[in-house]
Write a protein that binds this ligand. Structure first.
Ligand code: SF4
Length: 436
């Protein structure tokens, strides 16, 4: 969606948008192989129509896409209306293996004769981030997320982050928030964090109250609603294992919403969107809820996410599922440990444990849909995150493995991983589960 929007903006700036007689979209690599299952075709139509991820209402978005398919025309945002048949004008070229990044997209503006008058290449690099070819070929210093231009405490490794925490006598979330203070007033950052939590909470609520079959043809039934009903009938603390049930139901509620094309918060990606909300919901959104705990959780989790984004990748197409569910687990473990009052080194250890036991996790979604194994995998990831935070709080000083080492291990494992297991649906469960 962001690439569609960005393309039209670039075309406007180049003064060619109003000359458009048609547009053409070509998806390459992983973006094509799981394009339909992941809803990429729908997303690019919405971007071309001018929808934005933060504000697009799922029902309105579905209706708009349906209209384009029926009318075979598209009203380009701030541009002309042109003929557009998604079945023909969005090409899924899974046979093209891009060199720079496995999620490549080329968009073109065509003239009346079908000739290309404007062409741009973009990449979807994970977690809603996009990049042009130029940006990927030569990332500027300012692309380093943890080093914003005016950041008072720049860091590019967990080691550096821990040193800053020690020197400033501050926690991980304090440092992240102080860096954000250089970009905007603290109240604005807090308001934005509250909006993020509000979107996560709304998503959980929708998932807990919606039943039926998920789209895509796998006949997967939503389970969160019935599990939630059963849990509400069961007296609290009756079973020790209820902790699992609650984490499971919240995570599945979010990932069922994602699978249905609903609105989720990328945390750090859509496929792994259930883990952080599930852990926050269970541990922070209680009767005596403190909004500052949720802000602490999100800030600490974001700090850890920055390290993965900067030192490796959060794209399943590059790293497999370790880069999505593994990173979300690591971020959630750090967030929860922070809320529990962990020291910076305990927060680092929680994040390390959260990833260490997800190393090698492949991405093999059945039929390219973000359903099997993704929905249950988020439930398992949420439980694992809590255990990682717990282990970190209880473990001795001087751990043998550092967060920097585990991030580097994830990166190397991702590079070594066969392409079949990196969001292509050409291996693993995707080829061993019979579709019915
Ligand atoms: S298997 Fe993991 S990385 Fe792949 S689509 Fe599912 S959640 Fe995303």
């Amino acid at each position: 969606m962001r690439i569609g929007l960005r393309f039209l903006k670039d075309a406007r700036q180049a003064s060619v948008l109003n000359q458009a007689a048609a547009v053409n979209v070509s998806l390459h690599g992983s973006l094509a192989l799981t394009g339909v299952g992941h809803g990429t075709d729908k997303a690019v139509i919405l971007g071309l129509l001018g929808f934005e991820p933060e504000t697009a209402h799922p029902d309105e978005a579905d209706a708009a896409v349906a209209r384009v398919k029926t009318d075979r025309r598209i009203s380009l945002a701030n541009g002309p209306v042109v003929p557009f048949d998604p079945a023909k004008d969005i090409e899924l070229r899974g046979d093209v293996v891009p060199e720079l990044h496995p999620n490549e997209m080329i968009l073109r503006i065509l003239d009346n004769d079908g000739g290309s008058i404007f062409e741009q290449v973009y990449y979807s690099v994970g977690g809603g981030f996009i990049a042009t070819r130029k940006q990927l070929e030569k990332p500027s210093d300012n692309d380093m997320i943890a080093r914003p231009r005016r950041s008072p405490y720049p860091f590019s490794s967990a080691k550096e982050l821990l040193e800053i925490c020690r020197d400033q006598n501050a926690n991980v979330h304090d440092i992240i928030l102080k860096n954000e203070d250089a970009l905007r007033p603290r109240a604005d950052t807090e308001s934005r964090l509250d909006q993020i939590w509000s979107a996560m909470r709304d998503c959980i609520e929708r998932g807990l109250h919606t039943s039926g079959e998920l789209p895509g043809g796998l006949s997967v039934q939503r389970r969160a609603q019935s599990l939630y009903s059963k849990l509400q009938e069961t007296p609290l603390a009756n079973e020790r294992e209820q902790l699992f049930d609650w984490l499971n139901v919240y995570a599945m509620a979010v990932n069922e919403e994602n699978a249905a094309g609903g609105r989720v918060v990328t945390a750090p990606t859509n496929g792994a969107a259930g883990i952080i909300p599930a852990v926050i919901k269970h541990y922070c959104d209680t009767d005596d809820m403190r909004i500052d705990h949720i802000r602490i959780f999100l800030a600490a989790a974001a700090g850890i996410g920055m390290l993965y984004k900067q030192r490796a990748s959060i794209s399943g197409a590059e790293m497999g599922c370790q880069g999505e569910v593994g990173v979300a687990c690591s971020m959630a473990a750090a967030g929860l440990a922070s809320v529990w009052g962990a020291t910076p080194s305990q927060v680092e250890r929680a994040a390390e444990i959260g990833m260490e036991h997800n190393l090698g996790l492949t991405c093999d979604p059945v039929k390219g849909l973000v359903q099997i194994p993704c929905i249950e995998r988020n439930a398992i990831g949420a439980v694992k995150a809590v255990n990682a935070a717990r282990l970190a709080m209880r473990s001795a000083e001087n751990p043998k493995v550092s967060l920097d080492q585990v991030i580097e291990t994830m990166r190397q494992t991702g590079l070594d991983m066969s392409r079949k297991y990196k969001e292509t649906s050409e291996g693993g469960l995707a080829v061993n589960v019979v579709e019915c």
